[in-house]
Design a protein. Structure first.
Length: 126
């Protein structure tokens, strides 16, 4: 490292007293005399070991087409919704019927719109 690099990158740590006095003295001594011995402990360079994680299988969960058995199975499941550091607990059993109702409302609106658009078709269903 050049003297400019040491002043720019290492000296601020000395001023904040992160580097000890002994270590700072060893750094300046090594810059002035590369063959001088130092008293600080020198740790080996860190080695980064690449870790390959196995692929996870995430099952697809469609809350609209859930059947009664799955609803009973998941009735004790709790979903945590963190919003602004406050945990809100929502029971899955209460969510599923409201999603079914929402699905029925959306389908009814689509059918009405399609019936208006295509007046020729008396019965139109999805």
């Amino acid at each position: 490292m050049s003297g400019k690099d040491i002043v720019a990158k290492i000296k601020p740590y000395r001023q904040r007293q992160i580097l000890g006095v002994n270590l700072w003295d060893d750094i300046t001594t090594k810059i002035m005399d590369p063959n001088a011995s130092i008293s600080s402990t020198i740790l080996p360079a860190r080695i980064k070991i690449p870790i390959q994680l196995s692929a996870r299988e995430v099952p697809f969960f469609d809350p609209i087409n859930i059947n009664y058995e799955q609803n009973e199975q998941n009735s004790n499941t709790i979903v945590y919704d963190d919003y602004k550091y406050k945990a809100k607990i929502i029971e899955v059993q209460k969510i599923v019927p409201s999603l079914r109702l929402l699905k029925e409302i959306i389908l009814a609106l689509l059918v009405k719109r399609m019936q208006k658009k295509y007046n020729n078709f008396r019965q139109f269903s999805l």
